[in-house]
Design a protein around this ligand. Structure first.
Ligand code: FAD
Ligand code: SF4
Ligand code: SF4
Length: 462
């Protein structure tokens, strides 16, 4: 008999007053009892609407049914059949706008907590993971993957599973992309990302780090040595507002701020080499997940007041509801309908404040959201000593500039055939944020999967 409880089972969490001073994971995961109770809320619908909401089509009722049967390893194998990074997706997928949005339990009440169940299964399986000798028969054919984020890792995993000799070239000293340098430890523990990546290494994927393609080697040179190339270099170039004062000490891009903290472990300084300066009063400009991550990280590094400054109203905040809720619980102050006009500095060139203008909402723009309009004469200054710009990112132009034949959009994204992810160069494929602009982990993974299928067909046809 299904459990007809109207609401999802809550996941145990660290207390907000304690967690806003540490970098340990906020959400602690379901216990076995909670997972079973939640699994029993699933109606095992024959037409599986939830599956079509998942960009990699995880067989959701099938894995949930194995939780009920207490065969968690089988549940894991079902998920892994289409999703190579389930412990990560269970934590960071925007489930509310994907699988859970189409769950029939969500029509009248709350949907089944699919993401939480996926996380439970993956954590259980990874804690018992043992390397097994691979039964995959290796092919002679070689594929190069440029960029070790979710798009590249997924493409690599699928091709290695098909027997290809796969090498990932990653610019940083660690693979993982935004999973290691962007999303903070308190939302996605890095040990877990490492474990998921080690399951790919066990499949035979070779990861070469500190390899900036476009500098050390270019795409044409890779094509001399490999049968096909996949580009998954993401959108890691930060945007600024181009207002006065952005060059003062204490102004960061969210990218630099989070990379220092997450990948270089600046929160452990002086035990590690990389410092990060955070003052008492911090302004974070922007309203997406990146802004929430930067604000919550600043709070954990000891800032007394952390302000989110966003030019629209709370209703338009692009961040996930859960992230906004967690940020508020942790004491982040939300200043809505406000836009920076200049950053003020002191005589030593350090940030001394941020001048902002109040905004009101006008007519809807092309995105359908109401445009923010400044209220003339409403400027005022907030005393801050650190400003973090989290207003979006674009692709780094390095590959585009060193590969003239590669067709790109005006904003730098690579143009692909959407059915195959093939670019304008034969044998070169692309996917993830480098194609769509900043999007989500699971969409990048979906693109990596699609490209892997097309690369297999392409190589077989050669
Ligand atoms: P990336 O993850 O950016 O990986 C690209 C990789 O390519 C990087 O490792 C980079 O170092 C490497 N690279 C770049 N140039 C080169 C080169 N020339 N040579 C070799 N390697 C290169 N999405 C969600 O679904 N949920 C979330 O909660 C969420 N939170 C986010 C929080 C932050 C702070 C950020 C920045 C993003 C967040 N996202 C979230 C978005 C998500 O992380 C991205 O959409 C996703 O990581 C894109 O994957 P990708 O593989 O295309 O690119
Ligand atoms: Fe839902 Fe993401 Fe899992 Fe798909 S991968 S079922 S969208 S949580
Ligand atoms: Fe279960 Fe919801 Fe999917 Fe139906 S739609 S199978 S209730 S998760």
């Amino acid at each position: 008999m299904p459990n007809m409880k109207a609401t999802k089972n809550d996941m145990p969490e660290q207390n907000p007053e304690i967690r806003n001073k540490n970098f340990s994971e906020v959400a602690l995961g379901y216990t076995k009892e909670l997972a079973l109770d939640e699994a029993l809320r699933c109606l095992q619908c024959k037409h599986k609407p939830c599956v079509s909401g998942c960009p990699v089509n995880v067989d959701i009722p099938a894995f949930i049914s194995e939780i009920i049967n207490d065969d968690i390893i089988k549940a894991y194998e079902i998920i892994k059949g289409t999703n190579s990074l389930p412990a990560i997706c269970g934590r960071v997928c925007p489930q509310e706008s994907q699988c859970e949005m189409l769950c029939v339990r969500g029509i009248k009440h709350e949907p089944v907590a699919i993401g939480r169940l996926e996380r439970y299964v993956a954590d259980y399986a990874l804690s018992r993971y043992e390397k097994k000798p691979s039964s995959i028969i290796r092919k002679e054919r070689k594929v190069a993957i440029v960029g070790g984020g979710p798009a590249g890792l997924t493409c690599a995993g699928d091709l290695a599973g098909l027997g290809y000799d796969v090498t990932i070239f990653e610019a940083f000293h660690e693979a993982g992309g935004v999973l290691v340098y962007g999303i903070p430890e308190f939302r996605l523990p890095k040990q877990l990302v490492k474990k998921e990546i080690s399951t790919l290494i066990d499949l035979g994927v070779d990861i070469k780090t500190n390899m900036v393609i476009g500098r050390i080697l270019d795409i044409k040179e890779l094509l001399n040595d490999f049968d096909a190339v996949f580009i998954g270099t993401g959108a890691g170039l930060p945007k600024f507002m181009n207002i006065d004062g952005e060059n003062y000490n204490g102004v960061y891009s969210s990218n630099e701020f989070l990379t220092r903290i997450n990948l270089m472990k600046a929160y452990q300084f002086p035990l590690v080499d990389t410092p990060v300066k955070v003052g008492k009063n911090v302004a974070v400009v922007g309203g997406g997940n990146v802004a929430m991550d930067a604000a919550r990280s600043a709070k954990r590094l000891g800032a007394e007041n952390v302000y989110i400054i966003y030019r629209r109203s709370e209703k338009e905040l692009p961040a996930r509801e859960e992230e906004v809720h967690h940020a508020k619980q942790e004491g982040i102050i939300f200043n809505m309908l406000l836009n920076p006009t200049k950053i003020l500095g002191d005589s030593e060139g350090n940030v001394a404040g941020i001048e902002c203008i109040r905004m009101e909402l006008g007519e809807p723009d092309s995105s359908g959201r109401r445009s923010p309009v400044p209220i003339i004469g409403s400027e005022y200054t907030i005393d801050v000593d650190t400003v973090i710009m989290a207003i979006g990112q674009t692709p780094n132009p390095l590959i585009k500039n060193t590969t003239k034949e590669l067709e790109t959009q005006k904003w730098g994204g690579i143009i692909v055939n959407e059915a195959t992810m093939a670019t304008s160069i034969e044998g070169v494929y692309a996917g993830g944020d480098i194609v769509t602009g900043a999007a989500t982990v699971i969409l990048a993974m979906g693109a990596g999967k699609k490209a892997a299928k097309a690369i297999d067909l392409y190589i077989q046809s050669k």
